[in-house]
Design a protein around this ligand. Structure first.
Ligand SMILES: Nc1ncnc2c1ncn2[C@@H]1O[C@H](COP(=O)(O)OP(=O)(O)OP(=O)(O)O)[C@@H](O)[C@H]1O
Ligand SMILES: [Mg+2]
Length: 277
């Protein structure tokens, strides 16, 4: 039995698995009339690595941003565990959710350790953040997550800008996992990385998520990476879900339907020079 299956079994109530994230008929219409989400419904079980695929502008980022309340809904309901998204629950929900960004969002001139500890700023008094006086327990946890993402301790005092792109995204992942979030939102976390590093980073994200029983919502453009890493693929087009299922069912036909009439997405092929290496 997989870790996800065990966790889900533990959360079965009255024979029904309680979803970790529940999306009910989500609609988001921007003031200019663009319907970024046009009736999205899905249940995501705890611990699932859920990849959101779709052409540019299909609503992937909007869906992810609904989960931490960065985008407010026009109608519909997002629920995390037993907390429906509302102004009153926003803070409690945000404490359970962390983000991994496409461009890493690190403070480049700050050290790796300061960047990882920044994952706790919302929980630490402001004066401690300003003085860099983080509690010992938090510092120990920072070392733990840095080791978990495969970065040597030697990197801790280095400035983030001195690291490679792959290393910077490892710092981004360590920061996201610092406070043991229930949900990780990763919006195109490998878009700025080359294919080999992309695989390492996605593997890391998936394994770290599994270890902690965290649910991961990850948007991608590369369908081959989605097939390789996802437990489940949600395919979006024009704000609607047009595919929802396990990766083995996301065949060439499903892919063609998702991107029909549009430029096919880039795949994570090795670079030419790598082939000749
Ligand atoms: N703040 C905003 N104001 C107006 N329209 C917006 C805003 N944010 C997004 N949109 C529109 O909503 C739609 C969905 O955008 P979204 O960023 O969710 O797409 P996406 O699937 O993440 O695209 P990409 O793959 O390019 O990142 C697009 O048509 C976009 O132009
Ligand atoms: Mg996007």
């Amino acid at each position: 039995m997989s870790a996800t299956a065990i966790l889900n079994a533990a959360r079965t109530i009255g024979g029904q698995v309680q979803p970790h994230l529940s999306f009910r008929d989500l609609r988001k219409v921007y003031p200019d009339g663009v319907a970024a989400l046009d009736g999205v419904s899905a249940d995501v079980p705890r611990g699932q690595f859920c990849v959101v695929l779709g052409p540019s502008g299909s609503g992937k980022s909007t869906l992810l941003r609904v989960v931490n309340g960065l985008t407010s809904l026009s109608s519909g309901q997002m629920t995390l565990g037993d907390l429906p998204m509302s102004a009153a629950n926003l803070r409690a929900i945000r404490r359970k959710v962390a983000m991994v960004h496409q461009l890493f969002n690190l403070t480049e001139r700050a050290s790796v350790s300061a960047n990882v500890l920044a994952g706790a700023v919302a929980e630490v008094p402001f004066w401690r953040v300003m003085l860099g006086w983080y509690p010992a327990e938090l510092r120990a946890r920072a070392c733990e997550v840095v080791a978990r993402v495969g970065l040597d301790e030697i990197h801790l005092p280095r400035r983030a800008v001195a690291l490679s792109g792959g290393q910077q995204q490892r710092v981004g992942i360590a920061r996201a996992f610092l406070l043991r979030p229930e949900v990780i939102l990763a919006d195109e976390p490998v878009a700025s990385l080359d294919p080999a590093i992309s695989r390492e980073v996605l593997g890391l994200l998936r394994e770290a998520g599994r270890e902690q029983g965290a649910t991961v919502m990850c948007s991608l453009h590369q369908t081959d990476l989605a097939r390789e890493f996802a437990d489940r693929i949600i395919g979006m087009r024009k704000g609607r879900v047009v595919f929802d299922g396990p990766p083995h069912l996301f065949d060439a036909r499903a892919e063609a339907a998702l991107y029909e009439g549009l430029t096919p997405p880039a795949q994570a092929q090795p670079r030419k020079e790598a082939l000749h290496a």
